[in-house]
Design a protein around this ligand. Structure first.
Ligand code: NAG
Ligand code: NAG
Ligand code: NAG
Ligand code: NAG
Ligand code: NAG
Ligand code: NAG
Ligand code: CU
Length: 690
């Protein structure tokens, strides 16, 4: 339902966790969709119908059916002028990618939903790689547990774990392109025991098994069984200690006899005046920010058209923001663990893996829920009910000052707006939180939790120092999580210039006339003029940040600086995999912490739309020296966690919070939150005591 929320929603909504919005049962948008609105469920159905009609008699496995976003050139002026295009002027299109099991190829169709016809239809061949279809992993896991070779291998675990009803198959993409299965669509399946006597919610990750099944995904057929190395070596022949670890790793109150703390009192959230945000369709406004909420099966949440109302001038900031890829390589060198390289956006789909949100997930206070709409394997539109939520929370002090002399204290409280979803990619749960603040700061906050990936340790014990034994006979391998945010910036307009700024000591020596006491330091700024130059790395010891400016001639009236915005990385990490690894080229987008590319249609995913080394590195190599100053640019920021697992990360991992800031830099003429009325009080702590 389209819901226009008026700012002061009266005082009736006092209770906690007020739920606003119910996009629930709609079959189509019941209004003219904005060109950037995601496909509705019926538009997804319509797209796959037109796709199927184009090439009949195929049992298609639909991977993606998503909005094909309008060309930016058609949308840009509307954004820059802060108005919506009139209905119907921008064609509504969809992109569908589906596999044909009969010829072993994927096909890509662009469908014009207004004209109800296919614009283009391409057979992709074997170089293209796609995600699992939604529900495909379920299908594979059911199949493998009926497969005779798997059952035979399982029988080595005796009556209990030899029985497939006590076994869970954990399906991964094959993850490596260079061996026997090159060119085929393959999966690797790990196995875990689930003790049904304990309960169906038994934490199976605590009971890893010692083998793997290789599955031809298109044929949905097991093609090989591989033994996993379980000793302190590469040897897979020595099966000494190949039994399922039985230590229960449970943390679910229903199935553990754990003692739970009894000294925790509730903290409630009240918003007696209602929320300060308003939502109209997918358009969200909050405290001078405006944006549009989008979503799809691949990225999950997408934000479009973020702008800031600066004393009645609406200044554009970002055309599109999303998490473009999430890459998780594992560091155990023993084959087949080299294949544990997950691309959670491109291979699993953050939207596909999203789940319904409720107040304990953070959607507290007056919350607006949005259904996250994706397609399924059959190409039908499916809604993850309440998969996205919008809420506000107290964020501590916004600014404070005690008057040094009088002792009067002024404290302004910070509120932030959060637009979020949570995705469960097998063992991990990730919360993706876009946060907006009253000082115009934007933060992407990633919350990592869930269960670390665990593997069996046999009789010899420690598996070569590439993991942490978290429970008896259970190892949690070291691994990394690389998040790649894509920010299609539009700082004060379409033409932007990006530079790297470092804090540096003055070059002049101590005792020189210009630095007599040696204390001078300043900034050193390097304009990034080409995409090859713009591949850059974080330098925390230099307080490095990236400056994005609009029109270089439009100067801040106070400081004379160009007006801009700043990307401050907090969590840059470096890839541990060697650059000359044969696997490396698929993941080369994590080789730098920041990339700047000239805007090009369809360059949305850091690893390439088809994860075949046709992403960032290739785009830059194709045109390394093109001028990227004073032009339409896209920033990519890679950040993450190098996860040296702790015993404290088991059985379930307490959250790890990481992210980055995107803040105004000489964009305003003063602190834009100075007009948040502070709470004042007198104290006798000033110097003038009486
Ligand atoms: C989409 O198609 C599926 C399968 O035909 C059907 O069950 C579902 O109701 C359709 N949804 C909409 C919104 O039309
Ligand atoms: C990746 O796949 C796409 C689609 O099939 C193809 O056009 C492109 O050439 C491939 N790139 C590489 C490097 O194989
Ligand atoms: C590839 O297949 C050959 C022949 O079946 C086999 O000996 C070899 O171990 C396989 N290699 C890998 C990496 O699976
Ligand atoms: C399964 O769980 C039951 C009940 O918790 C326990 O008694 C039994 O030992 C467990 N079985 C195995 C194989 O760990
Ligand atoms: C900008 O904000 C001001 C003050 O809140 C408001 O009066 C005005 O309508 C807003 N302008 C636009 C274009 O949104
Ligand atoms: C700077 O001058 C002072 C006083 O002449 C002297 O003691 C000191 O060693 C000089 N330092 C350097 C780095 O030359
Ligand atoms: Cu981790």
């Amino acid at each position: 339902m389209r819901l226009l929320l008026i700012l002061c929603v009266t005082g009736i909504l006092f209770i906690q966790n007020v739920v606003l919005g119910d996009s629930g049962e709609e079959e189509a948008w019941d209004y003219d969709p904005h060109p950037l609105d995601p496909l509705s469920r019926s538009e997804i159905n319509k797209t796959s119908h037109i796709f199927r009609d184009h090439m009949k008699k195929v049992t298609w496995i639909f991977i993606w059916v998503m909005l094909k976003e309008p060309e930016k050139s058609a949308m840009l002026d509307y954004f820059l002028e802060d108005r919506d295009p009139p209905p119907g002027v921008i064609p509504r299109k969809a992109i569908a990618v589906a596999w044909n099991p009969a010829d072993g190829s994927a096909y890509e169709g662009i469908v014009d939903l207004d004209k109800e016809k296919v614009d283009s239809f391409v057979k992709l061949g074997t170089s293209a790689d796609t995600s699992f279809a939604r529900d495909e992993m379920t299908e594979i896991s059911e199949m493998v547990l009926k497969d005779a070779t798997v059952l035979e291998r399982l029988s080595k675990y005796g009556d209990f774990y030899g029985d497939p009803k006590n076994v869970i198959a954990d399906v991964w993409k094959y993850g490596y392109k260079g061996d026997n299965y090159t060119g085929q669509r393959m999966s690797q399946v790990y196995f875990y025991g689930r003790n049904l006597t304990t309960g169906e919610n038994d934490n199976f990750y605590a009971h890893p098994m010692g083998f793997l099944a290789i599955v031809d995904t298109l044929k949905n057929k097991v093609v090989a069984i591989e033994e996993l190395p379980i000793q302190d070596s590469f040897d897979t022949g020595n099966r000494d200690g190949d039994k399922v670890p039985d230590e229960p790793g449970n943390f679910d109150p229903e199935i553990t006899s754990r003692w739970y703390r009894d000294d925790i009192k509730p903290i409630n959230i009240e918003q007696p005046g209602g929320p300060s945000y308003s939502i109209d369709g997918n358009k969200l406004e909050w405290q001078n920010f405006k944006m549009r909420i989008g979503h799809n099966g691949r990225e999950g949440l997408i934000l479009h058209l973020i702008s800031y109302n600066d004393s009645n001038t609406v200044r554009p900031l970002i055309y599109r923001a999303s998490l473009s890829e999430l890459f998780v390589p594992y560091g155990d060198p023993r084959p087949p663990y080299h294949r544990k390289t997950a691309m959670d956006v491109g291979e699993y789909g953050l939207g596909f893996s999203a789940s319904e949100l409720r107040s304990p997930d953070g959607c507290r206070g007056t919350t607006y829920f949005i259904d996250l709409i994706t397609n399924d394997m059959a190409g039908s539109g499916q809604a993850i009910k309440n998969g996205i939520c919008v809420y506000e929370e107290d964020a501590g002090i916004l600014w404070r000052k005690m008057h040094t002399i009088t002792g009067r204290v002024l404290t302004a409280r910070s509120q932030r707006l959060v637009v979020t979803f949570i995705t469960t990619v097998s063992n991990y749960d990730y919360q993706i939180k876009w946060e907006f603040y009253q000082d115009a700061s934007i933060r992407l906050n990633l919350v990592l939790t869930g269960i670390v990936s665990q593997n069996l340790v046999g009789a010899e014990g420690n598996p070569m120092g590439h993991g942490t034994i978290g429970m008896p006979n259970v190892n949690a391998q070291y691994h990394q999580h690389f998040f790649t945010a894509r920010l299609d910036v539009e700082i004060d307009g379409n033409k932007n210039t990006v530079s790297v700024v470092d804090a540096v000591p003055d070059v002049e020596p101590s005792n020189s006339t210009t630095n007599p006491y040696g204390n001078g330091f300043t900034i050193s700024e390097t304009v990034l003029t080409t995409p090859s130059e713009a591949r850059t790395k974080a330098e925390p010891v230099k307080a490095r940040f990236w400056r994005i400016i609009g029109d270089p001639n439009k100067k801040n009236p106070i400081s004379g600086d160009p007006m801009g915005w700043r990307l401050s990385p907090d969590h840059a990490i470096h890839l541990m995999m060697k650059a000359d690894s044969v696997q490396h080229s698929r993941f080369s987008f994590v080789d730098y912490d920041v990339w700047v590319t000239p805007y090009k249609e369809d360059q949305l995913y850091a690893g390439g739309f088809y994860l075949n080394s046709s992403g960032l590195e290739k785009w830059v190599d194709d045109d390394p020296d093109v001028d990227i100053t004073d032009t339409d640019v896209v920033l990519w920021h890679v950040f993450g966690v190098t996860h040296i697992v702790r015993v404290e990360d088991l059985p379930v991992m307490p959250v790890e919070n990481i992210g980055f800031w995107f803040k105004p830099l000489n964009f305003f003429t003063e602190n834009p939150s100075v007009n948040v009325r502070p709470i004042s009080r007198e104290t006798n702590n000033g110097r003038r005591r009486s």
